[in-house]
Design a protein around this ligand. Structure first.
Ligand code: ADP
Ligand code: MG
Length: 310
């Protein structure tokens, strides 16, 4: 089966999401696919892992790989600047301080930031099939990722309600225009924008539900396992398909000394993980030496994923 168009890497901070997302992107690019790997984690480290400075716009890294680090804060700020510029054209000067005050409050609210992040991600997902074949998302830690993913679902009914209100208002306007003998003013720009926005969100949601997979990453310890089980459950409830689970930084079973103790402790948790997640597939990635940055180092992990059937 061909891999889903979008692969998310979820899990707690520090478990290896960025490392594995970058390695998986390299693996797909090595199969003659065009791949974008994007970090949505506010604590960006994708650029460090790929040993290249990255920004909001995808950078072409060669060999079919693109990468970028997107930020909800930046996207929200850009949107506020755009709305402020439009308002300067449209409203009297004395109203502008109030407009700025309102926009600033909106810009600072978490809802705006997350919605701007979803918008930015939507832009990039919309280019699947055109600029790239796959998008690999090095997502933020778990709670944030879930809110991010459910946002289109939350916004859709809200936008529908708002559009219906506007349609009714427009109907009245048209009737009055007719009575006054004025020509119809044509399209309602606000309504057109709302419909476009809803269509975009729905496209993203459809893609997330039908052409995406979420790979959860964890380290072989008891508490992370409990948390991963909870995350897996809520992802499944949200209708998101769970992909293979990656158990990262597994101490080599043949280890000696301190590592031997660790390997011994991990054995039991690993057995439980395999039992609980067997149906999804479990891939173990060993604890590796070295800095794990740059293509050469990541190629080893990409090889492990390939061998496990990713
Ligand atoms: N298999 C591994 N063996 C050794 N170190 C690893 C392994 N995977 C990741 N690391 C290291 O662990 C740290 C956290 O990894 P990272 O991918 O940044 O995690 P996350 O994105 O989940 O916060 C990094 O320093 C990374 O190089
Ligand atoms: Mg990371």
């Amino acid at each position: 089966m061909s891999p889903a168009a979008v692969a998310f890497f979820g899990g707690k901070g520090g478990v290896g999401k960025t490392t594995l997302a970058a390695s998986y992107a390299l693996l797909l690019a090595g199969r003659a696919q065009r791949v974008l790997v994007v970090s949505t984690d506010p604590a960006h480290s994708l650029g460090d892992v790929l040993a290249t400075p990255l920004g909001d716009e995808p950078t072409e890294l060669g060999g079919g790989l693109w990468a970028c680090e997107i930020s909800g804060e930046n996207a929200a700020r850009r949107r506020v600047e755009q709305v402020a510029a439009e308002a300067r054209e449209a409203v009297p000067r004395e109203v502008m301080p109030a407009v700025h005050h309102h926009l600033q409050r909106a810009a600072d609210s978490p809802g705006t930031v997350e919605s701007a992040l979803v918008d930015r991600l939507t832009d990039l997902l919309d280019e699947i099939g055109d600029r790239w074949d796959h998008v690999v998302v090095d997502s933020a830690p778990t709670g944030h990722m879930l809110r991010l993913l459910s946002l289109p679902t939350l916004l859709t009914p809200w936008i529908e309600g708002l559009s219906r209100q506007r349609e009714r208002a427009r109907g009245t306007e048209r009737m009055l225009s007719g009575l006054l003998g004025r020509a119809d003013q044509g399209e309602d720009p606000l309504l057109t924008r709302l419909h476009e926005r809803r269509a975009r969100l729905e496209r993203t949601r459809d893609r997330m539900l039908h052409d995406s997979v979420v790979h959860l990453v964890l380290v072989p310890e008891r508490l992370p396992l409990a948390e991963t089980e909870r995350t897996a459950r809520s992802l499944t409830e949200d209708g998101l398909p769970l992909g293979s689970l990656a158990v990262n930084r597994v101490a080599p079973p043949e280890a000696t000394g301190l590592l031997a103790d660790r390997a011994h402790r991990e054995a039991e948790v690993r057995a439980t993980i395999h039992e609980r997640f067997r149906e999804h597939g479990v891939t173990e990635v060993p604890l590796l030496p070295g800095a794990l940055t740059g293509r050469g180092e990541l190629a080893g992990i990409a090889g492990i994923l390939a061998e496990a059937g990713w």
